[in-house]
Design a protein around this ligand. Structure first.
Ligand code: ASP
Length: 309
């Protein structure tokens, strides 16, 4: 069997060692490991990269620790509006949803857009009607409620501010989530899911559901999932930029991801990071913030898990 690899993230931001309790740190590490193991198990059973990234992201959406699915941040109206995207690098098929509410696993709805519709990107009410047509049931607002997220929102509610979930003070919880994988057949895939930014309004959509921005996969180059200040990542067209640097400039995965995160996005004041895997199974997880929840594993025996620099 050929090499297979998977990497996941749970958001990048102001993650400074010593600011989090040991107990919380352990919870984050075990949630990351649980997601990584689920995706890896699927790959080692011969599953596709698309299946692996969906499985890994679902596990992260199901824990309130991260800003995706359960535990998504609050909008200015006190609701939860979620965005997600998935892409199959073998055929450039992709599916995205944004501004959806009540869906337990937004990444699965994005996958259904890819697999069961002629479209790539469905938003808001239309995306909800598509979900209803497939028989999705809705979770109540209580399912998504999380006390820490609520307090984050209370802190800036009624102001014009909106906040990256990552840039909060002590004990804050962080985390858009994502996964990238290479399967044993040589196919790449990427998936990303988020609740966006605290106190967002006017139907604000970040980079995460945008194909080529927060999420991209192409068997010829790499699969990428981003996290960070969405407004800047959109202007930097980050995920596709990594792929282009590899394709047009002949850079390695490491060179391309480092160029984008430490130079190009930094230059326009974008904070964040990404995870990426190439068609040889190499993994790169750079970030220009204090930390990024991340983990990776491949079939050659490498394993990495971390939060801080
Ligand atoms: N990039 C996401 C957004 O702007 C936020 C994040 O990465 O946590 O919606």
């Amino acid at each position: 069997m050929s090499t297979f690899s998977i990497a996941i993230h749970g958001g990048a931001g102001t993650l400074v060692k010593g600011l989090m309790t040991e107990e919380l740190e352990t919870q984050y590490l075990s949630a990351l490991e649980h997601s990584l193991d689920a995706g890896y198990a699927s790959l080692s059973a011969g599953g596709s990269a698309v299946d692996a990234v969906e499985i890994a992201v679902k596990a992260l959406e199901d824990t309130p620790l991260f800003n995706a699915g359960k535990g998504s941040v609050f909008t200015a109206e006190g609701t939860h509006e979620m965005d997600a995207a998935i892409m199959d690098g073998s055929n450039l098929q992709a599916g995205s949803v944004s501004l959806i509410t009540g869906i337990k696993n937004p990444i699965s709805l994005a996958r259904d857009v890819m697999d069961k519709s002629y479209h790539v990107f469905l938003a808001g009410e239309g995306a909800m009607r598509f979900a209803a047509s497939l028989g999705y049931s809705l979770e109540s607002p209580e399912y998504f409620y999380d006390e820490v997220r609520y307090q984050q929102w209370q802190g800036i509610k009624d102001t014009e501010g909106f906040q990256l979930d990552h840039s909060v003070k002590k004990d804050g919880k962080f985390g858009t989530v994502g996964a990238v994988a290479l399967d044993a057949d040589g196919n790449l895939a990427a998936a990303t899911s988020t609740g966006g930014m605290t106190n967002k309004k006017w139907g604000r959509v970040g980079d995460s559901p945008m194909i080529g921005v927060g999420n991209y996969a192409n068997n010829h180059t790499c699969a990428v999932s981003c996290t960070g200040s969405g407004e800047y990542f959109i202007r930097g067209v980050v995920a596709y930029d990594v792929s282009c640097l590899m394709e047009y400039k002949g850079m390695t995965l490491e060179e391309a991801t480092s160029e984008v995160i430490h130079k190009r996005i930094k230059k326009i004041e974008g904070d964040g990071g990404l995870i990426a895997v190439d068609s040889h199974g190499n993994i790169s997880m750079p970030f220009n913030t204090e930390g990024m929840y991340r983990a990776s594993r491949n079939s050659e025996g490498t394993f990495e898990i971390g939060i801080y620099k």
